[in-house]
Unconditional design. Sequence first.
Length: 234
Amino acid sequence: MAKILLIEDEESLNHVVAMNLEMEGFEVTSVFDGNEALKYQDHLKDFQLVILDVMLPHVSGWDLCQAFKAKSETPILFVSAKGTSHDKIKGLKMGADDYLAKPFDLEELLLRVRILLQRTNPKATKSSELRIGDKVINKNTFEVENTQGEFIANLSKREMELLTLFQEREGEVVARDFILDELWGKDAFPTTRTIDNYILTFRKIFEDDPKEPKYFHSIRGVGYKFTNLLKDNE
């Protein structure tokens, strides 16, 4: 489990980001003040990533970035309302590994987190690939490429969750209602047609002939069955 140091003084945003990171399986330590954050400069080896706001009380994110990079190579992702090109360049020149301007989409933040962690932990990346035919899905970045490394598509978080569910139940008939309960929960109100639309998208991306699917099979009146010819990392 990757550990993330989240330094953000806006309490509501800190809690929302921390909650979403924890839902993705990360362990988060939240800090709300520059002085408090400075105490972690000798303990950065305990973290795989730092998410750092620029405008903080007492000690700025700029100063924290310089202090942290002087001690450790732990990657830093700046998140800031200071989103001009000048600010981004300044942050990257200071040694930050990425810069995301506020307001940001949480899914984009999570994607950038995965990419940074992937760069620093290539072994984890290798085990996070799924092959379907001649397509390769990176389960960290949600990107689909062909076996020559050419970009094909970006998957959404929900599409990745559905593919993971099919992977876990490969060869089984999976009912539409079961999928809805697993991914949306009993309090949500999508229709079974929602699943059908996802399958149509998967067929366009992964099937040579969407009308004659080899991987995503319709089981009339029930749901779908996923049969893959290539396993992870083969």
